[in-house]
Design a protein around this ligand. Structure first.
Ligand SMILES: NC(=O)C1=CN([C@@H]2O[C@H](COP(=O)(O)OP(=O)(O)OC[C@H]3O[C@@H](n4cnc5c(N)ncnc54)[C@H](OP(=O)(O)O)[C@@H]3O)[C@@H](O)[C@H]2O)C=CC1
Ligand SMILES: O=C(CO)COP(=O)(O)O
Length: 335
């Protein structure tokens, strides 16, 4: 299959390396100098230095050429770049728009929209499109280590066809019909990973981390259901799976943000030192706004927002969470 990947950060590069083992892949980046460097060294030293780029991987900074090259477009920019990339794809391809998958995780800053809601504003109503999301650190996927991710589409038959076409022994693709659940799981686990990094940075212990993941999953699930997703999805790859990976794996950038905040570093300093996107930061604010509009209680997310945007210290946020009144495990009041 001919695939075009838009975005040559860590994840776009890893997917390109993995998918080029089976497919004809073109990787596009907006930065022509980056593409030149990749072509010269066959390595993305800026975003994924560990991986060698296979000889059959085509590289380009020409958006239209990449758009026309693919029978499937994969948008792997951060969510901040999703809207512009979809708009450009539609402009360039018109009626010939191929199926589009996005791999970004988050709510769009400013609008608070999930990726499929952004797509509904930028692509024609009959576009076949959806999300690729799940527990998948770029370095491990590029190295060919086994991973499993979900593919959720607005068209069930196409989801199954594309899952079959993209599936490999090491990059296992599971079709899913719950686009809302898959997107909410992928977005909000990054907020929880910041919280988990803080808890571990404050040496709260293993019990605390397990409690945080479990109560975090309850928050994510409440929000997903209020937005029309299904609870079962959040027990799957793009819910529990990605939550475990990102909250416990030291390769996570969002978890690293939390750990550095717990050391007393400022958010600006932490983000400047990261060298990569940390989607949980802008998404925390949007998650909380959407939750509040829907009357969904998300105390961990609120704590992360207080720390990121209201100068609350990690210890103050931890204390506030621990001082909450007891509740039933399903979130109801004890009465
Ligand atoms: N890394 C991972 O393991 C995984 C990441 N993801 C998700 O994939 C998305 C991308 O992450 P990742 O590749 O890791 O991020 P990185 O920080 O490694 O790279 C970001 C890339 O996106 C480009 N970019 C940034 N803003 C825009 C924009 N507005 N328009 C077009 N391109 C842009 C950057 O280009 P430039 O250099 O020009 O700024 C760079 O190539 C995120 O939503 C992330 O949550 C999902 C699964 C795994
Ligand atoms: O989404 C990811 C793994 O599934 C990557 O997480 P980070 O963005 O926190 O590194």
């Amino acid at each position: 299959m001919k695939l075009s990947i838009f975005g040559a950060g860590a994840w776009g590069t890893a997917l390109a390396v993995a998918l080029a083992r089976e497919h004809e892949v073109t990787l596009w980046a907006r930065d022509a100098a980056l593409i030149e460097a990749l072509a010269a060294s066959r390595r993305n030293t800026r975003y994924l230095p560990e991986a060698e780029l296979p000889a059959n991987l085509a590289l380009t900074a020409d958006f239209a050429a990449a758009a026309h090259a693919g029978e499937l477009a994969l948008v792997v920019t951060p969510i901040a770049g999703l809207r512009a990339t979809l708009r450009r794809l539609h402009e360039v391809c018109g009626q010939a728009l191929p199926p589009v998958l996005w791999a970004c995780k988050g709510f769009e800053a400013g609008s608070g929209l999930l990726p499929h809601e952004v797509a509904a504003q930028e692509l024609p109503a009959d576009a076949v499109c959806g999300a690729l999301s799940g527990p998948s650190f770029a370095q491990e996927v590029a190295a060919g280590l086994p991973s499993a991710i979900a593919l959720a589409l607005n068209h069930g038959g196409e989801a199954r066809r594309l899952a079959r076409a993209l599936h490999t022994r090491c990059l296992r693709i599971y079709a899913n019909q719950d686009l809302v659940g898959v997107e909410v799981g992928g977005a909000v686990k990054n907020v929880m990973a910041i919280a988990a990094g803080v808890a571990d940075g404050l040496h709260c212990g293993h019990n605390a981390r397990a409690a945080l993941l479990t109560r975090g999953l309850a928050e994510i699930s409440r929000l997903a259901q209020a937005l029309g997703g299904q609870a079962a999805t959040l027990m799957g790859l793009s819910g529990l799976g990605d939550l475990i990976l990102t909250c416990t794996g030291n390769l996570s950038r969002n978890r690293r943000v939390g750990m550095l905040l717990a050391e007393g570093r400022s958010l600006d300093d932490v983000l400047a030192s990261l060298g990569h996107v940390a989607e949980g930061v802008p998404t925390a604010r949007e998650t909380l706004a959407r939750a509040r509009a829907l009357g969904v209680d998300m105390p961990i997310t609120a704590g992360v927002c207080a720390m990121l945007f209201e100068q609350a210290s990690p210890q103050q946020v931890l204390d506030a969470l621990l001082e909450r009144a007891p509740k039933a495990e399903d979130g109801s009041e004890l009465g």
